[in-house]
Design a protein around this ligand. Structure first.
Ligand SMILES: [Fe+2]
Ligand SMILES: [Fe+2]
Length: 173
């Protein structure tokens, strides 16, 4: 693996861990604001981001490359609104996509096939994650940022009605 790609992959870990940390904080704020569907969705996103970091770590370890775990700053614990929160999620995902695309181009240029294959998974994943964030944000803007509209979307999120959303837990009404 080239030095640049190794450095880039290690730097990318920070984006995944930071997203996990931020999404966990968002999930706490959403629970505090009586939006359990949104909270469950963000908790799931937080776990997914940890899995993304682990996927890169496993790749580096398998290839006998040095992993450098990043320091992660404390995330914001309050949000102006569910809309502001979701807008931040979408922006975050777009930043991650940009980083993945850069890494993919580096791997391609270096003819690093295992790297390309590993990053290919992330290209597809990012497309799905952006689409899900965009779908939720769009529905908040349609239905309104407060009251009945927001409650309706919260119900959808706990029932898995929005593409890319988790299904309702077993036994849920
Ligand atoms: Fe991710
Ligand atoms: Fe993500």
């Amino acid at each position: 693996m080239t030095k640049d790609l190794l450095k880039g992959l290690n730097e990318h870990l920070k984006l995944e861990f930071r997203a996990s940390h931020e999404y966990l904080a968002m999930s706490i704020w959403l629970s505090e604001h009586d939006l359990p569907g949104f909270a469950t969705w963000m908790r799931k996103q937080s776990s997914d981001e940890l899995l993304h970091a682990q996927r890169i770590i496993d790749h580096l370890v398998e290839r006998d490359q040095k992993v450098a775990l990043p320091a992660i700053a404390a995330p914001p614990m309050t949000w102006k609104s569910a809309e502001a929160l979701c807008a931040h999620v979408l922006k975050n995902e777009q930043d991650v996509t940009a980083s993945i695309n850069e890494l993919y181009a580096m791997a391609e240029k270096a003819k690093d096939r295992p790297g390309v294959v590993m990053l290919q998974w992330f290209v597809t994943e990012q497309m799905e994650e952006e689409a899900a964030a965009r779908a939720v944000l769009g529905r908040i803007r349609l239905a309104g940022n407060t009251g009945v509209g927001l409650l309706m979307i919260d119900q959808e999120l706990s029932g898995g009605a929005v593409p890319g959303m988790p299904a309702a837990p077993a036994g849920a009404a």
